[in-house]
Design a protein around this ligand. Structure first.
Ligand code: GLU
Length: 450
């Protein structure tokens, strides 16, 4: 790294955030790709754009007290990190998972800021959640937790301030409980304060499918760029939740074959493909059961199950990690390359460790696409949900799908163009960072010292 401004900012960032490894990882990865941008835009240094973007606007942490079905009290920690409102209200999901901590919230909020910008919709970035573990909890326990969480969060959000949505452990059911409590406390029907809602009270068509569909549309653009198609390609995906489900659905519709999915317990290999409505819908049943076991799929459909293993290194054309951050390490990446996989399409937020990403980017035979671009379809449809809420109308499935498709194509094209312009060739990782950073940076410069 030669740029002295970037060097100085990274030095300060490491010092100030020494105990936040995931946040540092994402900052370092993004900033490293911005070197040619800084050289071309000296005003960004003058106005301290990088330092300002790295330091979140606001970090909120709060206690959440809730009662289980046996009458026992529990205490969890809740967060909302409001990273940037340079181009719109803070926007980003809520994650309920025992691993949630400040470093994770800050890294996700930072990524989200770039991702949201790529959609072309006016959304800033943020993230929130709790170290609450929904695994094995009853519906009533989930509801009480969501109510307790919103009792504190409500004062920090709103349709033109901050608009949370779902993420790992938070789906439309949790959003429903959160919205009910928000409405009760505020005595205002502001359905634009949350996205990912059920359809009857302001949800958008296609929001559940959006991330998986969007990822597949993005992949399609990558394939087109390489004179290739989805037809007949084989896929390994990790995860079995909402995102994986949407991707499997769209890949199957377009003629691809998904042969592996995974859970915390291991992965299943279905050589016939996860390609019938019954099989695809079973993913939803597994998520709804909160049993956290992908082995249930293997038992139900009689295919191979590999306990404790990840689905990387199977002979497939496309790998799509859809589960959690840092789920692909160097050894996994080496296995993926050795298996002759041609496309490595990140879907979950930051699924690749730094070393693994550097390794993959150095391999000429594999194309890498970054999660902040690939999974932006989810938040893009959240943005469309906000538009529908503010206009008090609902678009059709076809209208939302057409907009989502156009947004994903545009994300691919603008990333490819930015990478080319700044000397990276067809590097979609650098291109996504550059395209979004320039827009956010220009908005920050225009708005003065805030
Ligand atoms: N959690 C999703 C993401 O990582 C969706 C966020 C949203 O819809 O606001 O982008």
């Amino acid at each position: 790294m030669k740029n002295t401004y970037i060097q100085r900012v990274l030095h300060e960032t490491r010092f100030r955030n020494a105990d936040e490894p995931e946040f540092l990882q994402t900052v370092e990865e993004i900033v490293a790709t911005l070197e040619p941008v800084m050289a071309a835009h000296p005003e960004y240094e003058k106005y301290c754009v990088l330092e300002r973007l790295i330091e979140p606007d606001r970090v909120i942490s709060f206690r959440v007290v809730w009662e289980d079905d046996e009458g026992n009290y529990h205490v969890n920690r809740g967060y909302r990190v409001q990273t940037s409102s340079a181009i719109g209200p803070y926007k980003g999901g809520l994650r309920f998972h025992p691993s949630v901590n400040l470093s994770m919230m800050k890294f996700l909020g930072f990524e989200q800021t770039f991702k949201n910008c790529l959609t072309g919709l006016p959304m800033g970035g943020g993230k929130g959640g709790s170290d609450f573990n929904p695994h094995g909890r009853s519906d009533n326990e989930i509801m009480r937790f969501c109510q307790a969480f919103m009792t504190e969060l409500y004062r920090h959000i709103g349709p033109s301030c901050d608009v949370p949505a779902g993420d790992v452990g938070v789906g439309s059911q949790e959003i429903g409980y959160l919205f009910g409590q928000y409405k009760r406390i505020k005595n205002q029907y502001e359905n634009g304060a949350l996205t990912g809602k059920h359809m009857p009270y302001g949800g958008s068509p296609l929001r559940p499918e959006a991330t998986g569909y969007g990822a597949t549309y993005y992949l399609n653009e990558v394939l087109k760029h390489n004179n290739d198609t989805i037809e007949g390609k084989t896929f390994a995906l990790s995860g079995y939740g909402n995102v994986t489900w949407g991707a499997v659905k769209k890949i199957t519709e377009l003629g691809g074959k998904v042969v592996a999915i995974s859970g915390h317990d291991g992965y299943v290999y279905d050589e016939n493909g996860i390609n019938t409505d019954e099989k695809i819908d079973f993913l939803l049943d597994m998520r709804a059961s909160r049993r956290n076991r992908v082995a249930d799929y293997a038992e139900r459909f009689g295919c191979q199950y590999f306990p404790g293993k990840k689905p990387w290194g199977i002979k497939v054309d496309v790998c799509m990690p859809c589960a959690i951050q840092n789920e692909v390490d160097v050894e996994d990446a080496e296995r993926i390359v050795a298996a002759g996989t041609k496309y490595y399409i990140e879907v979950s937020n930051m699924p690749t460790t730094s070393d693994a990403l550097a390794y993959l980017l150095g391999q000429p035979g594999i194309i890498v696409a970054p999660s902040k671009a690939v999974n932006a379809g989810g938040v893009a449809v959240s943005g469309l949900e906000m538009s529908q809420n503010s206009e008090r109308l609902t678009w059709t499935d076809e209208e939302v799908d057409a907009k989502l498709h156009a947004i994903m194509k545009n994300i691919h094209d603008q990333s490819a163009a930015a990478a080319e312009k700044y000397g990276y060739g067809y590097n979609l990782v650098a291109g996504a960072n550059i395209a979004s950073f320039i827009k956010i940076a220009d908005a920050m410069v225009a708005q003065g010292m805030v």
